[in-house]
Design a protein around this ligand. Structure first.
Ligand code: NDP
Length: 410
């Protein structure tokens, strides 16, 4: 007989998550809007479907154009996923194309604001259709044979079946995460800033909010191939959790601080806005530096200097699909200060682009609150993964670098 825990984990949890998050994003768009009665439809409208379809098509085309390929890490069952390596070009061309479009059709930003709930409704439907397809595909014609413990269908729908499914000749997670979700995030924050300008006049604080996110996303696209080594790609299966997350939650919640400021013009002073910008820039540089130190250290196989001294590390062994392998865990530089200092700076950055909403209570800070929960949870997920992979060497690293995110605190 199934225990209460299994019942909650396999049935109730996924079901509650699917229902609350799907409804939740629609509610958020209502709260963040301008209290004027809005009419939106559960099935979206012509405008929303046009926006969603064009974004999806553009995202898909970016992965179909000829270009350099990148091979991600091999899975434990011997499958090597292949991605298109043109992230930064995609970002620059997309942003330029969008701004040109707005130049010719200046009503686009306000149309996007007014139709935001319909757009999210269309994204919700798109995500559901895709996740049902991914469930069937994973069960009936998977990309690679992998033995999975059978689970209830609702759990499989939520978690996903395959790690690296492909569709229409492209990797599904690169399409949904990198090319649809993050592009929608970028274009929406730009549109929300322009819509706020049109509706309320120019606001430096709103510009700071959009600019920090734009720099952050440009940085993401610059490093896109590095993303293929992260938990989202190597641990999360393509299902509701990650695909709905990127198709709906990212355009909704990640853009929320910018969306909120359209109907609630910033109250903070120019000096405060400049301070938030400097704070955000420092956080971006810090986050980038920490990620870079690890990548540089790995690329140099440990033979490098960090902070003016030779890097120190712990030798670690693990077993991969192709046999035993060796790796190194960096214990100096930023990775000697805390095990996930990059997340701390990520949170500081998120805070800095939410701060222009200061004075309106809790709503403008929703993203940073959510991200705190997500990243703290992610620290534990990542550490479980590393402990499984490296065993005693990981425990030794934890003893040498005892703090997770903030030295002497956590
Ligand atoms: P990390 O970049 O922190 O990478 C963690 C991995 O690095 C571990 O699984 C391990 O992988 C390796 N590692 C851990 N410690 C060491 C060490 N001391 N020396 C060498 N390698 C080590 O995690 P993420 O992939 O989660 O984050 C990447 C970026 O994305 C960060 O900047 C983060 O802030 C950002 N991010 C943003 C999110 C958002 O929603 N805004 C969500 C999540 C991340 P291995 O198996 O290779 O050893």
């Amino acid at each position: 007989m199934e225990t209460m825990y299994e019942l909650l984990r396999n049935y109730v949890g996924p079901l509650v998550m699917v229902v609350t998050t799907t409804v939740g994003v629609q509610y958020l768009a209502e709260v963040g809007g301008d209290n004027a009665p809005t009419s939106w439809s559960l099935v979206g409208n012509l405008h929303s479907w046009t926006v969603v379809f064009l974004t999806l098509l553009w995202a898909l085309l970016s992965l179909l154009v000829p270009g350099k390929l990148f091979s991600g890490p091999q899975t434990s069952f011997g499958y090597t996923p292949v991605y298109k390596a043109n992230g930064f070009q995609f970002f620059v061309v997309s942003l330029a194309a969008f701004l040109t479009l707005v130049l010719y059709y200046p009503h686009i930003p306000l149309d996007l604001v007014d139709n935001f709930q319909n757009i999210l409704a269309s994204c919700n439907i798109l995500a559901f259709v895709l996740c049902i397809y991914l469930l069937l595909k994973g069960k009936l014609w998977p990309e690679a044979v992998e033995v999975l413990e059978p689970k209830p269908i609702v759990y499989e729908f939520y978690r996903g079946m395959e790690l690296h499914p492909r569709m229409l000749g492209v990797d599904v997670k690169q399409l949904t995460n990198c090319r649809f979700g993050l592009l929608a995030w970028e274009l929406l924050v730009v549109a929300f800033f322009l819509a706020g300008w049109e509706r309320n006049g120019f606001s430096l604080a709103h510009l700071v909010c959009a600019t920090l996110q734009t720099i952050y996303l440009a940085k993401f696209y610059w490093w896109e191939t590095g993303y293929f080594n992260t938990l989202d790609i190597i641990l999360d299966r393509a299902g509701y959790y990650i695909c709905w997350g990127c198709l709906v939650f990212v355009p909704s919640l990640y853009t929320y601080a910018s969306f909120f400021l359209v109907a609630h013009p910033p109250l903070v002073s120019t000096t405060a806005a400049i301070f938030f910008f400097i704070l955000g820039l420092c956080a971006i540089i810090g986050n980038y530096r920490i990620d870079w130190e690890k990548e540089y250290f790995r690329a140099m196989d440990g033979k490098c200097d960090l902070w003016g001294r030779p890097a120190t590390y712990i030798e670690a062994e693990y077993t991969s699909a192709s046999g035993p392998k060796r790796s190194k865990l960096l214990t100096s530089g930023c990775w000697g200060v805390a095990r996930h200092l990059n997340y701390t700076f990520e949170l500081l950055l998120a805070l800095s682009w939410c701060l222009p909403g200061l004075g309106y209570g809790f709503w403008p800070f929703l993203y940073v609150i959510f991200l705190t929960v997500l990243l703290v949870h992610r620290v534990f997920r990542d550490e479980d993964k590393c402990r499984d992979k490296y065993g005693a060497s990981w425990d030794k690293y934890c003893r040498e670098v005892p703090y997770r995110m903030i030295p002497w605190v956590f």
